[in-house]
Design a protein around this ligand. Structure first.
Ligand code: SAM
Length: 279
């Protein structure tokens, strides 16, 4: 019996189901159920929520989410070897865990979820940023989720919460801060995982704002930010030259000096520039 539920400890589960970690699937497992319960608590009160979990693996975080009271967990796992172990968790929490086998990039989870919805995951590092950008850039806002509680490599986590003027500041920080409150809520050393990855990790909690912080067309803002940071060492009048013939005037009208570089421009200024480009 484990610390948080009546199921066997994860080391036994992994041995029984022969779940040797595969690098190609980004498998670095969390085996300490006290730690996974702590991560689950960062997602807030889950008792009235459905939780979407990507990549449950042998189920460490899944068990944390369920033992912390999640109303229902939908877990999407690509590695079919994990399904029997996840089935045992589903049996221990009748009616509260649904497991889908497949690629999270290809499955639309919405038909399996009832709002309010939160997302919590120890993401496979190779698809983590892509999933985050998708969750931050839906056509409509507010999105389907209330909050995201996600494990990333520490460098990626720092890019998500970065402030203007720092090296980590860029597209991810701007997308996140435009429509969310984002903060790092936990740091984890490599030794917290089995096998240990080469890098440290951090959990980021993002809470969706009811509406964006400043008005701007989402697609246009994304395009302006992408272009500005593609050439982050260039002055903006050069980096954004292709966007408008009178780009210098529009930068000035948005309160930005044409000789500034993208990494010093605030979210408010990027939104103002986006509106000036529409005008
Ligand atoms: N949640 C578990 C934990 O914390 O111990 C496992 C986390 S491990 C970092 C990432 C998990 O994502 C693995 O179980 C892996 O098989 C799964 N995975 C990798 N690519 C995936 C994909 N495209 N869709 C769904 N799951 C994926």
């Amino acid at each position: 019996m484990s610390a948080v539920d009546a199921l066997p400890p994860l080391r036994e589960v992994i041995a029984a189901h022969e779940l040797a970690a595969r690098k190609s699937l980004g498998q670095n497992f969390l085996l300490d159920l006290n730690l996974t319960a702590k991560i689950a608590r960062q997602a807030g009160d889950l008792s009235e929520c459905d939780v979407l979990e990507i990549g449950p693996g042998p189920g460490g975080l899944t068990r944390g989410l369920l033992s912390e009271g999640a109303r229902h967990v939908l877990a999407i796992e690509k590695d079919r070897r994990c399904l029997p172990a996840l089935g045992e968790i589903a049996d221990a929490y009748p009616g509260r865990l649904t497991v889908l086998e497949g690629d999270a990039l290809r499955i639309d989870p919405l038909e399996y979820l009832t709002p309010p919805i939160r997302v919590a995951a120890n993401l496979p590092y190779n698809i983590g940023t892509e999933l985050l950008v998708r969750w931050l850039t839906p056509p409509e806002w507010p999105p389907f989720w209330q909050s995201l509680t996600l494990m990333f490599q520490r460098e990626v986590a720092e890019r998500i919460v970065a402030k203007p003027g720092s090296k980590a500041y860029g597209r991810l920080a701007l997308l996140a801060s435009w429509r969310c409150d984002a903060q790092i809520v936990m740091h984890l050393p490599p030794g917290a995982f089995t096998p240990p990855p080469k890098v440290s990790s951090a959990v980021v909690h993002l809470r969706a704002l009811p509406e964006p912080r400043y008005p701007a067309n989402a697609k246009r803002l994304e395009a302006v930010v992408a272009r500005a940071f593609n050439q982050r060492r260039k002055m903006l009048r050069a980096a954004l030259k292709g966007l408008a013939l009178d780009i210098e005037d529009r930068l000035i009208a948005a309160g930005i000096s044409p000789t500034d570089r993208a990494e010093t421009v605030t979210l408010e200024q990027f939104c103002a520039l986006t509106r000036m480009l529409e005008a």
